[in-house]
Design a protein around this ligand. Sequence first.
Ligand code: UDP
Length: 384
Amino acid sequence: MSLTVLMNAGPWLSVPPPGYGGIENVVATLVPELRRLGVRVVLASVESSTLPVDEKMWVFPDGQFQSLQRPYNQVCGISQAHLNGVVRALYTRDDIDLVHDHVEAVGLATMAAMGPDAPPVLHTLHWDLAKHPELYGNLDGGERVRVNGVSASQLARAPRALREHSVGHVHLSTPLAVGADRRPAAEKGDYLLILGRINPGKGQDVGARLAQRVGFPLVLAGPVGPYHRPEDLAAAGDEARQNPDVRFFYDQVAPYVDGDLVRWVGTVAGQERDDLLAAARASLFPLRWEEPGGTAVVESLALGTPVVAVSRGCLPELIEHGRTGLLTADEEELGDLVMAAGLLDPDECRREAAARFTPATMAQRYVELYERVRQPAARPLQPA
Ligand code: UDP
């Protein structure tokens, strides 16, 4: 295939990310598969990105993630500066067939504002669409700009103007799904795991309260705001409370974290993360928001760990109730489901992941969407 894609991963983290990094992980998973399919990839990221690509471009030497904690007027110039570099490149070179953009809000706004001579754009919506009603409600990307979601449920809730630009959804994937059905089964521990940012939407407070009430061991893994380790959060003192996720942790979660039945272990990465997830009896998603894509959900399946969740967002698309997990609309029922989760077969979970959530499956689907976006006749404006 002769296709050159400018993959805009943004300025926040290097690709692959050093630890936590949802979008950067998706890009790091997608790009090698695209290149295997013959796509030439120009990565717009930061200089410290190490992902093998055909060409790299950047404005910043390193990821600017830490600056996201600063006030808006100090932080907004960073994404603009990065986009400015991307736009300049698009106007000065003629080899880019398509832009695959992943930069929240400003990526879509900037790409949509470029003139008709700019390349076609596929912008992936990785986040909660309710965050940007003004932009999405008034979007006009003409014939040139299209969006895709990371689940059908995410797009179904999108404002009409955004849905009119949609070419459908692509589920997230994980390299752990490759050969998941052939991997030896892990020995299971007795604990449940909530893997994700500590945040009201992810519902760690619900899980921790339930664990204390029903009496099951619960491990919380993930960062609290920018703090990856309990000792870093402690060292930050009262100033850390400026971050809303830190306030949520201290006020709603920490009272239940006793270091025994309920533990917060900070961010886990690499083999440690995989081992922790593979040995969990189930992974728990006590959601209080419409989870858009659920990387941690597909990772859990790939490692043979059934999912117990509040049935919101993409969960019903990813999990089959009674086979790969247990879903409920009522968070109070999670306690009973946790007890029943041990009856589910880890092999079913791993087979499901190997069949549906491999990087190759995701890349194939993106190549199909690239083709659609490049052919104006195949992308009339109509609700998805
Ligand atoms: N993650 C991780 N270590 C942690 C917590 C989370 O590596 O301690 C990873 C998790 O495995 C997943 C990503 O962070 O790959 C979170 O993506 P997801 O789509 O589940 O949630 P988001 O944060 O994007 O809403």
